[in-house]
Ligand binder design. Structure first.
Ligand code: CDP
Length: 784
């Protein structure tokens, strides 16, 4: 088969142009705000100016009297209907609207429903509300003190401590620390950040009083899970709820939680029988939607004097805000943080995390999602450099010394994970060669002699994606399998419906490519549908790079079921025994006479017109895939920074990202995922941080203060790859979307610290702003 013929199929490894782009680049995408229904009402929300306050007066009469205002809803109204609280995805509960007190800045206080958006916004300002400010708890360490104000008096436990979660072997770890030749320790804070996706959150809820059916167009990364939650809360059967997740302008975990605005729009539509639209503005999105990180970490490594890492001990205080709504799998309140032993072969490790309530917006994992892997990778990749600094070793050398070796896979980590495959030394060597590491070190030495500040940072991370196997992974009890349904039509085109939901990742293209590869049908004749709970099979949604490992696998398995049936039809057409056929070059061929062959297009027609007696007609299959394990992508990143001694400004001069995500479906899409992910790694390393003052007021609630990097700040990313397929995934693919966001920040920080290490600098917390660096330069007497 020629390369051109293969390219026309467009299976695995082809950079097929994204099927979704023609509609996006022509402005023909359909986002939730594009949905306009006759008689639609608009909802707007009054938000709290205090982080912690008692509501002493809430008078809605003036707002209600305004022409065009249909209703004003308060917490008391919802309480009467038993709807003032809703469950979070982490089995906590969250106020939809408060009845007597607010617990974070920008919390929803009341909702106005009006005939148009502007009237709703004006009426919000006409609500007469008075507060009695209460002492807020902004710092999680203060929250743990016995006399700290209680964030959640509604709970039985009269403390701000939510849970303690541990992983690994404490005794074995402590024993190694007692006898260790070298111990290094470091405190680090990974601050609160926000995804700030281009499209904010919103919905259109439309209840048809005649059919009793509720349809909700929703900015949802997990439409089926949201339908289940809506059904549980409202009592409406799932058959009477349709969630449609149309085009999504970026999710990154921010569109996984259920927000009060969704519930309010649904309640009003159920009451009025009219469609209700709620769309957040930019500041509401930044101030009140799910955040990420906010981890206060204390890490220690025990090692030998020659640089062999033996044990890792980590204690973390995790600030979850006022409600635990971190949207992790149920059994993992600290997500997959225990992946923090990274790419290194340690004897023992112990992790302990304390979740804490504070008077801040709820959330925890919404930033290219990551289930706390970013925090874990930041911690271990920084700690390896801290140890290297202590022992005066090269950061590349210490990594080579401690890597899990290729022959150790499948590798059981000290915290219980089984890494599926990897080759870390080969990846790092390739990255170092590609960037010219030794030459860079020589350049650095010369520059140092001249007083110039240049640093080289390495990050050799291991990711963990693809939640997940049903024995351990569920959200609110629903197992985290995923699904695909494929129907091949008589003329050889096919429709694929998947349980995951794209937000820009290109699933309409890559999932079609998986089917093209398995069935030999041209990719252009395969349509992928998702995001409509009335038609798509049940799935747990797209976040934390789980789509390819779960629904991608389901798609391959479903296609293989079709292929097995196709084998019977091909045998019938060729008048041979099915066992005499082999699948090669996208056709069933008679063994020994490969020119006697049937392609899937002919077989598909026969499946409806000429199939063997006793076989069911048609050609379709469904798979609910329960992954046997997660997948463990990895990478070796090298970053070069220059620091301006006059301003403290660190500039990323070069960045080489080598990623290994197993079998690559679409190299162009993977490259795009990596470029975007790297910029989302640059952002928290140098720019983004959500800051609260002592009163709990957010100081970074607009894009003037919250510094999202643009093309101007983004360096030229260079990419490389190795390919180590996952042994348990049907096509060997691992997830990729979140890897660069996980791997990039420590590479950047390690580079900045490396530039300053000869001055005695061992750690700087992110974001590394010019001001932070300038203060260090002044303190060390090298500022210009
Ligand atoms: O769950 P999510 O789609 O965000 O992440 P992913 O599974 O890492 O996939 C991101 C995009 O890259 C999808 O279009 C994948 O199909 C594609 N991809 C690929 O082409 N090859 C891989 N080995 C992994 C992902």
């Amino acid at each position: 088969m020629t390369a051109t013929e293969r390219a026309a199929i467009g299976g695995l490894g082809h950079s097929v142009k994204r099927k979704e782009d023609p509609r996006f680049i022509r402005g023909k995408g359909t986002y939730v705000d594009d949905v306009k229904l006759p008689g639609m009402l608009y909802l707007d929300i009054l938000r709290s100016p205090y982080a912690h306050a008692r509501i002493t007066k809430l008078d809605t009469s003036k707002a209600l009297a305004m022409p065009g205002v249909v209703a004003v809803i308060t917490g008391k109204d919802l309480e009467a209907a038993g709807l003032a609280w809703m469950p979070t995805l982490m089995s906590d509960r969250q106020m939809v609207l408060p009845t007597d007190r607010v617990v974070y800045y920008a919390q929803e206080v009341a909702a106005v429903i009006a005939e148009d958006r502007y009237t709703a916004a004006d009426a919000v300002l006409a609500i007469d509300v008075e507060y009695e400010p209460l002492e807020p708890v902004v710092d999680p360490f203060r929250a743990l003190e016995p006399d700290a104000p209680l964030v959640r008096p509604d709970r039985e436990q009269k403390t701000n401590h939510i849970w303690n979660w541990q992983a690994g072997d404490k005794e074995a770890t402590d024993r190694i620390f007692e006898e260790a030749e070298v111990v290094v320790s470091q405190k680090m804070y990974i601050p609160r950040i926000h995804v700030s996706s281009i499209e904010t959150c919103g919905c259109v809820a439309s209840f048809d009083k005649v059919s009793g059916k509720l349809t909700v167009w929703l900015t949802s990364q997990a439409p089926h899970a949201h339908r289940t939650v809506f059904s549980l809360v409202s009592g409406i059967p799932e058959t009477k709820i349709r969630v449609i997740s149309p085009d999504i302008g970026g999710g990154f975990g921010g569109k996984v939680p259920v927000y009060p605005g969704y519930v309010l729009a649904i309640v009003v539509s159920l009451q009025t029988g009219r469609p209700v639209k709620w769309i957040e503005d930019r500041s509401e999105n930044l101030q009140a939607d799910s955040f990420a990180r906010d981890y206060h970490i204390h890490a220690e490594i025990a090692a030998t004097r020659d640089g062999t890492m033996r044990a890792l001990r980590v204690h973390t205080v995790a600030d979850h805000g006022a409600f635990d709504a971190a949207a992790n799998p149920s059994k993992f309140p600290a997500g997959l943080f225990s992946i923090g032993t990274g790419s290194y072969d340690l004897e023992a490790a112990h992790f302990s995390v304390d979740g804490v309530y504070t008077n801040k917006a709820p959330g925890g994992v919404a930033y290219r999602c990551s289930f706390r892997v970013t925090e874990a990778v930041h911690m271990i990749e920084r700690m390896v450099d801290v140890l290297a600094d202590e022992l005066d070793m090269d950061p590349a050398e210490i990594r080579f010394k401690n890597f899990i070796q290729p022959d150790q896979f499948p590798y059981k980590s000290p915290t219980g994970w089984e890494y599926d495959s990897g080759n870390y030394p080969a990846a790092l060597q390739k990255a170092l060669d590609a960037i010219g590491y030794q030459e860079l070190r020589r350049e650095q030495a010369e520059k140092r002699a001249r007083g110039e500040l240049m640093g080289i940072g390495i990050s050799t991370f291991t990711e963990i994606v693809g939640a997940g196997p049903s024995h351990t992974f569920d959200i609110l009890g629903v197992k985290m399998f995923d699904s695909a349904e494929i129907r091949v039509h008589p003329t050889g085109s096919a429709i694929v419906r998947i349980g995951v939901q794209t937000q820009g990742q290109g699933h309409e293209t890559t999932f079609a490519q998986i089917v093209a590869e398995e069935l030999g049908l041209p990719v252009e004749n395969i349509v992928v549908e998702h995001g409509d709970t009335d038609t798509a099979p049940y799935g747990l949604g797209t976040y934390a790079s789980r789509s390819t490992p779960t629904a991608g696998a389901a798609t391959a398995v479903a296609a293989r079921k079709i292929r097995e049936k196709a084998r019977l039809i091909a045998a019938h057409l060729l008048e041979v025994d099915p066992d005499d056929l082999e699948w090669r070059d996208y056709a069933f061929r008679v063994k020994g006479s490969p020119e006697r062959a049937k392609r899937m297009s002919e077989i598909a027609f026969a499946a409806y017109t000429n199939f063997p007696q006793g076989l069911e007609g048609g050609l379709e299959a469904v798979t609910y895939y329960d992954p046997p394990n997660l997948t463990f992508p990895f990478g070796a990143y090298v970053c070069v920074v220059d620091i301006d001694r006059g301003t403290g400004q660190p500039t990323v001069r070069e960045f080489l990202a080598l990623d290994d995500c197993g079998t690559i479906i679409n190299p162009m899409i993977v490259e795009g995922q990596i470029h975007g992910g790297l910029t989302m790694g640059l952002a928290p390393a140098l720019y983004e941080e959500i800051v609260y003052d002592d009163n709990g007021t957010m100081l970074t609630g607009t894009l003037m203060d919250y510094l999202v990097p643009t093309a101007m700040e983004t360096p030229n990313w260079r990419t490389e790859k190795t390919v180590t397929p996952s042994p348990h995934h049907p096509i060997g693919a691992k997830g990729v979307g979140e890897s660069p966001t996980v791997g990039a920040p420590p590479a950047i920080v390690n580079a900045v610290v490396d530039a300053l290490s000869h001055l005695g600098v061992r750690h700087i917390d992110i974001p590394i702003t010019p001001w932070k660096v300038y203060q260090i330069l002044e303190e060390k007497g090298v500022a210009e």
